[in-house]
Design a protein around this ligand. Structure first.
Ligand SMILES: Nc1ncnc2c1ncn2[C@@H]1O[C@H](COP(=O)(O)OP(=O)(O)OP(=O)(O)O)[C@@H](O)[C@H]1O
Length: 601
């Protein structure tokens, strides 16, 4: 996480209102926000000038030589109108110029903030521990990083300006009414205003929870979609299309239902506002007309008021949509900010571990570990692996073998005990250095959409073509890669789905070879392959484990029989250890497993 985003994250944790959180986040753009706001206000003021110009024109017609314009020294009616026309042209030009200015500012601001927010949110997400991802769905997280941030972009693009201009119109109208009209008439005309504001406020509160629900439902819908698209093979093979279609329809229906609850409320808003505006407008029409007739106010001023109110009527009608957009944006803001505020639970230590200095001695000292809300998977386990040696871990499924490897990488934090690398507690080591010095070939190989070469070089981004080919040869992958349509430049497809399981496995091994780490973790590297491939992988593993601390987890005992020491794991504890021969002699769990696998029993 960048120090900038860390600061930002601390800052907006202090406040609760989403708008405040957004403003705090956009702290660096304060100047741009002020400029855009000022341009919006000036544009609105200029936009409100035509009613005044109409009023003045009426004034010229009614009062002729005694009109307001005549105060400037222009007595001739034609010249008065010409001057008025000139002012109109100038106002128009400035209004257009400021429209351009505010539009450009707001839209650029929207782009800058959405960009920063997306990158910061993604960077923060990358720092979060695995448990966070296990609790959530990919689709749900995608909808925060995509939909919610887009919602904010739309808000800043248009709605922020609309809100500012609406407030400006309000103030001008109220000020204008009290300035022009006798106080009692102005008060009557303004009577609906508090109701409009109060009503809007109540509405806003009601809408908040409904839109939060809509955002949540979008998250569920997205997660179902993402899950189904990645599981399409399973869906097809189990002919579960209808079942999935129904499940998706149910999520989509929930989204529709949630939206229609929000629509029910927000759609009633505009007609209500119109009624209130009507009360103000007709009272102004009536009382103002009577006042103009009796000479209490001038005909010009009366015209100004009427046109000004008309000018406000339209924006007021849009207030419902503006609140709507505002509420949606605030619901999105909360979701994005909540993600940014999620505390990172696994922090890096500060002892550096330069990769070329790592010897690779690993020690687990009385380690206990439990996944969140579960019983311990590893219990009081101690294990010493001398530098450069290969150990193997075997044992029944679910006994905790993979977990042992994951806690060494600090994907999860141990509950008790310590793990050391070269005698240093891994919690005190620089986390990136620790992970850089470990190569993992995991049970489920993940390839990224891209070429074979890119996938082999993944993590060693400066790898040369020669080293990539060398690694592929050692991993016995070179031959099959050369048979692919574009060789090393062949696109492997998303998650490497255009390759076979064994091919993916060999690319993963080549990837680890290019990385050349002092510590190698092989989590069932030969699980998804046939006997021939297994033999090929075995040959390459024999080569790459030399002088490298290696932990190999295997179900097929033949693949690890040459290990310096083999451990048998049961229920989170190491119950047997020794070389292959020693363990056979012991005639315990390992020996019976061996007999089963080699067909002796
Ligand atoms: N992320 C997780 N959250 C909660 N429980 C988990 C998680 N990952 C694994 N477990 C549980 O921890 C136990 C040990 O899992 P682990 O993957 O370490 O077993 P394993 O010995 O590697 O099994 P296998 O040989 O089948 O790969 C299992 O009971 C599993 O259900």
């Amino acid at each position: 996480m960048t120090s900038k985003s860390r600061q930002v994250s601390k800052r907006h944790r202090n406040s609760n209102h989403p708008l405040q959180r957004l403003l705090n986040y956009g702290h660096n753009y304060r100047q741009q926000i002020w400029q855009a706001t000022a341009f919006s206000i000036i544009n609105k003021l200029l936009d409100l000038a035509p009613p005044v110009l109409i009023g003045i024109a009426v004034d010229v017609v009614v009062k002729q030589q005694d009109s307001i314009i005549s105060l400037l020294g222009v007595k001739d009616i034609f010249w008065q109108f010409l001057l008025l026309s000139l002012i109109t042209v100038i106002v128009w030009i400035f209004e257009s110029a400021f429209e351009y200015a505010y539009d450009k500012r707001w839209r650029n601001l929207a782009q800058n903030i959405q960009h920063d927010l997306r990158i910061d949110a993604y960077n923060h997400l990358q720092e979060l521990e695995l448990a966070y991802f296990e609790e959530r769905s990919t689709g749900g997280l995608m909808s925060i990083l995509s939909d919610d941030i887009n919602q904010l972009e739309d808000f800043l693009n248009e709605v922020a300006n609309e809100i500012i201009q609406l407030i400006t119109s309000f103030i001008v109208l109220i000020g204008g009414a009290f300035f022009i009209l006798p106080t009692n008439i102005a008060l009557v005309a303004m009577l609906p205003m508090p109701f409009i504001l109060w009503g809007s406020f109540v509405y806003q509160n009601q809408l908040t929870s409904r839109y939060a629900d809509v955002r949540e439902k979008v998250g569920f819908l997205n997660s179902r979609l993402a899950n189904n698209i990645s599981g399409i093979t399973t869906i097809k093979s189990f002919t579960a299309e209808d079942y999935e279609s129904k499940r998706l329809a149910a999520e989509s229906e929930a989204y529709r239902h949630s939206n229609s609850k929000a629509i029910k409320l927000s759609a009633a808003f505009i007609p209500l506002i119109r009624i209130l505006v009507l009360v103000g407008f007709t009272s102004l029409l009536l009382l103002g007309g009577m006042a103009a007739f009796s000479g209490k106010i001038s005909v010009g001023n009366y015209s100004i008021l009427l046109v000004l109110v008309q000018h406000l009527l339209w924006p007021l009608v849009t207030i419902g949509r503006i609140f709507d957009e505002y509420q949606r944006a605030m619901a999105s803001t909360n979701r994005v900010m909540d993600l940014l505020d999620t505390p990172i639970k696994i922090y890096t230590g500060n002892i550096p571990l330069p990769i070329h200095k790592v010897r690779g001695e690993i020690e687990y000292k009385e380690v206990t570990f439990a996944y969140h809300d579960r019983h311990p998977v590893i219990q009081n386990l101690s294990l010493h692996i001398p530098a450069g040696k290969t150990i193997a871990i075997v044992g029944s499924t679910g006994s905790g073998k993979s977990t042992l490897v994951k806690i060494l990488l600090r994907f999860y934090e141990v509950s008790a005990g310590t793990i050391t690398v070269d005698g240093i507690d891994i919690q005190k080591l620089n986390l990136r250095d620790l992970r850089r010095s470990i190569g993992l070939v995991s049970q489920d190989v993940f390839l990224f959409h891209g070429t074979v070469a890119e996938n082999i070089a993944y993590g060693t981004f400066d790898a040369t073509d020669e080293s990539i080919i060398m690694a592929a040869k050692v991993a016995e992958a070179h031959e099959f890669i050369m048979r692919l349509p574009q060789g090393y430049e062949t696109i492997v497809g998303e998650r490497g789905q255009k390759l076979s399981g064994g091919q993916r496995q060999r690319i993963a091994i080549a990837r680890a070879i290019v990385k050349d780490p002092p510590i190698l973790l092989l989590d069932e590297a030969t699980s998804a392959v046939d006997n021939e491939t297994e033999a090929a992988i075995q040959r390459s593993l024999d080569r790459i484990t030399v002088n490298r601390t290696t932990i190999a987890i295997a179900h097929r005992l033949s693949t690890i029989r040459n290990a310096d020491c083999i451990y048998v794991m049961e229920h989170g504890q190491l119950v047997e250890s020794g070389t292959h021969e020693q363990l056979l002699e012991k005639n315990g769990i390992y020996a019976s497993l061996w007999r089963v696998q080699s067909g002796l029993k």
